[in-house]
Design a protein around this ligand. Structure first.
Ligand code: 5GP
Length: 206
């Protein structure tokens, strides 16, 4: 059984990463969402153990001490981290995993797992991004400003990603990410055992 592939979706806050990640899990088979831990308060509609593991600041620090995170960051006045178990529980069972992380976390994951596929979701313009952040209504004006103040630095590293997808239209953006995942799954280097199976007389499915 091949190990699952790690897909890292990143980009600035408000770019639409969460919508893409959810769309991928709803659209494709054999891929799960990596649930992060955070010390921020849940928003209306967010579900413990599905949106995030919502933990206290003390518990978050304990998780750092126990080396439970693949990566973590202190950003936007909150802490966010990817528990190793959220990724390894899936890829060790041959399932692909999709992570929704900000840019520092994405760079750290790529360093730790060079095989991971990184995808940058780029907004069509700064003004559209700001409007999306405001319209989302999940942050106070002060927090919108804090998030927006980081956007230029975040976008400046987009060229380091394996792929850039511009999110003009949700559906088109999702389709582009689906096609990236489908292409990555078919890479020869990830399927080295397949020709041998056919040559040995097995029948394989697609
Ligand atoms: P939000 O508070 O809007 O849910 O998330 C804020 C930012 O944190 C988003 O850009 C999201 O991608 C990022 N984020 C969520 N979970 C993680 C994580 O585990 N690690 C890192 N580095 N960033 C995360």
């Amino acid at each position: 059984m091949r190990k699952g592939i790690v897909f890292v979706i990143s980009g600035p806050s408000g770019a639409g990463k969460g919508t893409v990640a959810k769309g991928i899990v709803d659209t494709l088979d054999n891929i799960g969402f990596s649930i992060s831990a955070t010390n921020r308060a849940p928003r209306v509609g967010e579900v413990e153990g599905k949106s995030y593991y919502f933990v206290s600041n003390e518990r978050f620090d304990e998780m750092i001490k126990n080396d439970e995170f693949l990566e973590y960051v202190d950003k936007y006045k909150n802490k966010y981290g990817t528990p190793k178990s959220s990724v390894y529980d899936l890829i060790d069972r041959g399932k692909d995993v999709i992570l929704d992380v900000e840019t520092i976390g994405a760079a750290n994951i790529k360093k730790a797992m060079p095989d991971a596929v990184s995808i940058f979701i780029l907004p069509p313009s700064l003004s559209i991004l700001k409007q999306r952040l405001i319209n989302r209504g999940t942050e106070t004006p002060e927090l919108v400003e804090i998030r927006f103040s980081q956007v230029c630095d975040e976008i400046a590293c987009a060229h380091e990603y394996d792929y850039i997808v511009v999110n003009v239209d949700k559906e088109k953006c999702l389709r582009a990410v689906v096609s990236i995942i489908e292409a990555e799954r078919r890479k020869g280097s990830r399927n080295e055992e397949l020709p041998g199976l056919v040559l040995s007389g097995d029948t394989i499915s697609d």
